[in-house]
Write a protein that binds this ligand. Structure first.
Ligand code: PMP
Length: 443
């Protein structure tokens, strides 16, 4: 039935889909229902959900406390355009868990959170340019995507990467306003920050390069960014839209590094649309309506009652024990995947941290966007075939082979995914021998 529905969708959506990241060929499975860690499609296929809506579901689907909170709230209204207690309670919870966040604002998405952080930084510094990482992704607008796909032919020297558009919609002005920094290269980052200090409002960085394959940042890299930006009064923004799930205090808590501003999203909405930007009081006060000329932040669904109720229920149910279990399961998944590649004699490994994981078709180190992109290009069709092969074995990941674990998963679920990878690699071997022999480990 998914094929038929996808045909029908062709006459509604361009290419039959309404979201680029969730699309895959030949057609995406159409879901009927979801509960816990199981998705059920229209044909009754049951899939273990290792996608969790791109890491936004901490507790899987239809988690009882979230359902109860949303049901109770929906009868009391969904969006008031007025303050509510749930907004304040969720805000207080985040401020308590993240010492670098003294004040925050809710937004409707992670996209809007990073936009607002950038506007805050420009207002605070009077400077224009933003430094972002090669391969970094901060939302669905041009500046947030510059050099996301740093292809080898155009990306320039590692020491000063070229600002590359992702598509033909990019204005030149955005490319000019963006300074691209290589990931996990402390010395190069320091030099770039010093060279551009007079024009940089902010440096924005994900503590794990998420969209580009869950490449964790080295602490040393983040520390150098912190020191170099502090010396030059440049605002350091951590985009923790994905990495907040790595620790109760986010990745910044694990690295013990305090950014000036933090962007959040995904998990803090309990499965509903959400975002937040928070940080030092002096910076965040630039948004205050009591200021003479505040940074403009209006957003119809910001802080809406449903997202706040769901987010509060999800975050309150997430404690140190559950976090530790999720991180252990994430490690078990990565270890199992690594072993599957070794046994299959195919170059491949799982990257990631905590409950996050991404398969790469390489056995070399993957430290930055270039390593990741080059690996993906060498693997070619193997990435898509592996995704489909896992899907046929009841394991749902992102089509770029991103996986994440939710709190309602058990070791059995993780082991099922590992077995599925063993079987999928066996299935893929003839294709790899024929089309991508460089991926084979030779005895
Ligand atoms: N920042 C990061 C690191 C993200 O991964 C994403 C989305 N995947 C965003 C920002 C944008 O969030 P949203 O899709 O909620 O706008």
């Amino acid at each position: 039935m998914s094929a038929a529905i996808s045909d029908r969708a062709q006459s509604v959506f361009p290419g039959g889909d309404t979201r680029a990241s969730a699309h895959y060929e030949p057609y995406p499975l159409v879901m009927q229902t979801a509960s816990g860690c199981v998705l059920t499609d229209l044909d009754g296929h049951r899939l273990l959900d290792f996608m969790n809506n791109f890491t936004s579901l901490l507790h899987g689907h239809a988690y009882a406390p979230v359902v109860a909170a949303v049901q109770a709230q929906v009868a009391r209204g969904t969006a008031y355009a007025a303050p509510s207690i749930a907004q304040i309670e969720l805000g207080e919870l985040l401020i308590e868990r993240l010492p670098s966040v003294q004040r925050l604002r809710f937004t409707s998405s992670g996209t809007e959170a990073t936009q607002m952080a950038i506007r805050c930084a420009r207002a605070a510094t009077g400077r224009q340019k933003i430094m972002k990482m090669e391969g970094g992704y901060h939302g669905s607008y041009e500046l947030a995507e510059v050099s996301l796909v740093a292809d080898a032919a155009r990306r320039g020297e590692l020491a000063s990467p070229v600002s590359l558009p992702v598509d033909k919609s990019f204005p030149d002005s955005v490319l000019r306003d963006t300074v691209i920094c290589p990931y996990n290269q402390p010395a190069l980052a320091k030099a770039l920050i010093e060279r551009h200090a007079h024009e940089l409002a902010a440096v924005i960085v994900e503590p794990v390069l998420g969209s580009l394959g869950m490449v964790p940042a080295q602490s040393e890299f983040l520390r150098v960014l912190r020191e170099a930006t502090a010396r030059q009064d440049i605002v350091l923004i951590f985009d923790e839209v994905i990495t907040l799930r790595l620790g109760l205090g986010g990745a910044q808590g694990l690295h013990r590094i305090a950014p000036d501003l933090t962007c959040m999203g995904k998990i803090i909405g309990g499965g509903l649309p959400v975002g937040a930007v928070g940080g030092q009081q002096a910076l965040m006060d630039l948004f205050s309506p009591t200021q003479p000329n505040p940074v403009m932040h209006a957003s119809t669904f910001s802080g809406n009652a449903l997202s706040m109720a769901a987010g509060l229920a999800a975050m309150q149910a997430w404690d140190a024990d559950i976090l530790a279990r999720m991180n252990d399961l994430g490690q078990r998944l990565r270890d199992g995947f690594d072993q599957a590649f070794q046994q299959a004699g195919i170059r491949g490994r799982a990257l990631g941290q905590g409950s996050l994981c991404n398969i790469h078709f390489t056995d070399a180190a993957v430290n930055d966007a270039r390593d990741a992109i080059d690996g993906m290009q060498r693997a070619g069709l193997a990435v898509r075939l592996l995704h489909l092969s896992m899907l046929r074995r009841g394991v749902m990941s992102a089509s770029r082979l991103m996986f994440c674990v939710s709190s309602v998963m058990s070791e059995e679920h993780v082991d099922h995914a590992v077995t599925a990878l063993h079987e999928s690699l066996t299935e893929l071997r003839p294709f790899i021998e024929q089309e991508r022999p460089a991926l084979l480990v030779r005895a």
